[in-house]
Design a protein around this ligand. Sequence first.
Ligand SMILES: Cc1ncc(C[n+]2csc(CCOP(=O)(O)OP(=O)(O)O)c2C)c(N)n1
Length: 342
Amino acid sequence: MSGSINCPPQPPQFRNDDLLPAELKKLLATMMRIRVFEERIADLVIEKKIITPCHLYTGQEAVATGVCHALNSDDYLFGTHRSHGHYLAKGGDLKAAMAEIFGRATGCSKGRGGSMHLVAPEVGIMGTSSIVSGSMSISVGTALAESIRGSQRITVVFHGDGVPEEGSWHESANLAAVKRLPIIFVCENNLYCTHMSLEKRRVHDNIPEMAKAHGFKTLSADGNNVLEVLAAARQAVQTARAGEGPTLIECRTYRWRGHVGPNYDVDLGLRDQQEIDAWKDRCPIKHFGNFLVDEKIMTRAEVEKVWQEACDEVEQAVAYSLASPYPDAAEVTKNVYRGAGQ
Ligand SMILES: Cc1ncc(C[n+]2csc(CCOP(=O)(O)OP(=O)(O)O)c2C)c(N)n1
């Protein structure tokens, strides 16, 4: 049973150097929106109202929130099979994501993609992909295009700790480093790849070192500490916009739910309850909310109001989705391929 490398010793320690109260509140609100969205989906899957496979992001909210706060709206974002949080943090429309997960025509991929294929080009979200490592080479493509254009637009690609085990991660990293591309790899190391823990898969716990070997700058952040993630992301963004090449940020965190769906994988003997409880104790939202109350940025009642607003918004999105039509079967081949010149 796993456990030894998997539990950091202390709750996140926050230090605010320069963020305004409005920004701090926005970080909390974004994390809460993601949490409520994910946990509501978990219930809907249990009720069999949602039937697309959902890889939930609960527990990892600080990573998407911290990174996306450092980006401009037109910066590119690519994600994975576990990208609801990335989509919401970058500014994707919540209702359109929920409708997509319900497979409705009003979804952000017009009901063709489901949970693992969220897009919102209007806010830079070019796609999330169910193919492990599938986003890597495409993200290097947008970074290469923008570097040729000489723009200030950067690319961020989120990936799991399983992805550096794929060849295309290395090929993409090499090209990004050789061309000094304006790209950031954000490795969300949640310690598991489907059902296998990091320590069973790797002799060395050394993902940043692998990126460094390709020529990347590397940074590490506590993935349960939104301010630490944001500080690292800002540094990487500055490097990218200055034309100084790619950075990999490793964020250690934990997904509360099992690999896919609402279960916890304890019943399958894949994780132990103690480990899950220890990470729940490090909840990125609870600790950040407490910090804002301690610092007198918000009252407890204000924190609760933000949570309630997220609940209301998600409930409206569920109602909107249920009232939306399914795509017309006669149009099944529409919007799945974009031909030249379209
Ligand atoms: C090329 C490919 N191989 C295998 C799979 C099956 N698969 C789906 S998710 C996953 C594990 C991904 O783990 P990680 O990258 O660590 O991300 P996490 O799920 O932990 O967020 C695998 C092997 C796949 N979708 N694509």
